[in-house]
Design a protein around this ligand. Structure first.
Ligand SMILES: CC(C)(COP(=O)(O)OP(=O)(O)OC[C@H]1O[C@@H](n2cnc3c(N)ncnc32)[C@H](O)[C@@H]1OP(=O)(O)O)[C@@H](O)C(=O)NCCC(=O)NCCS
Length: 172
């Protein structure tokens, strides 16, 4: 099994949009209305928005490849790029998505370990993320990876207010 990782650049914009839409849609389509889904996809993953995020110095996107095919991606934020004010000693995992057909093969763990390496490289003390309270699979995965719930915040999916748990892992 060949697994590789690559830091995304502006040249990856199109592929990033495709993998972002595919994985978000597959993950949440069954629990959300088509209207709210479309509103969110258009807002979060339009090319202008992704270009802005790729150009933000506090953010990094990575693709993970399995046998040379893009199997998923990771987005991490530090400093002001974090989506909540968590301070300068923390790193946020804003997005971690593996395509359906590649899940449960260790690739999520691979990306999570990459986020931990980046956090340690930047001398961060903790990693945090927001996860929808109904996303039981991801919560089980994060628990397995040593994250614990430390709070909650609101998240808007179209016009529906949803609750995200904040989960944190302290780095020793
Ligand atoms: C959540 C996600 C990133 C996990 O990635 P993955 O590649 O499927 O998980 P891995 O194969 O790397 O699993 C790593 C470990 O977590 C465990 N795990 C993964 N999913 C689990 C689940 N649903 N329940 C219990 N344990 C789970 C695995 O058994 C494995 O344990 P091990 O280290 O003892 O072998 C992936 O399933 C995904 O992209 N889901 C859809 C998108 C999503 O919800 N993203 C998060 C948004 S906040």
């Amino acid at each position: 099994m060949t697994v590789n990782i690559k830091l995304c650049t502006l040249e990856d914009l199109q592929t990033l949009q495709e993998v972002s839409i595919e994985t978000f849609y597959d993950t949440f389509k069954d629990q959300n209305s088509p209207e709210n889904m479309n509103t969110y996809l258009e807002k979060a993953f339009n090319l202008k928005q992704l270009e802005k995020e790729l150009s933000n110095k506090g953010s990094q996107y990575y693709f993970v490849y399995f046998q040379n095919e893009v199997a998923g991606y990771l987005k991490v934020n530090i400093g002001d790029a974090q989506s909540e004010e968590m301070g300068d000693d923390s790193l946020e995992i804003e997005r971690i998505y593996i395509k359906k057909s590649f899940q449960k093969h260790g690739l999520g763990k691979y990306l999570l370990n990459k986020a931990m390496d980046i956090a340690m490289e930047y001398n961060k003390k903790k990693i945090w993320l927001g996860v929808w309270e109904k996303n039981e699979n991801a919560i089980a995965f994060y628990n397995k990876m040593g994250f614990v719930q430390t709070g909650a915040h609101s998240f808007y999916m179209g016009d529906e207010e949803q609750i995200d748990y904040i989960m944190t892992k302290t780095l020793d």
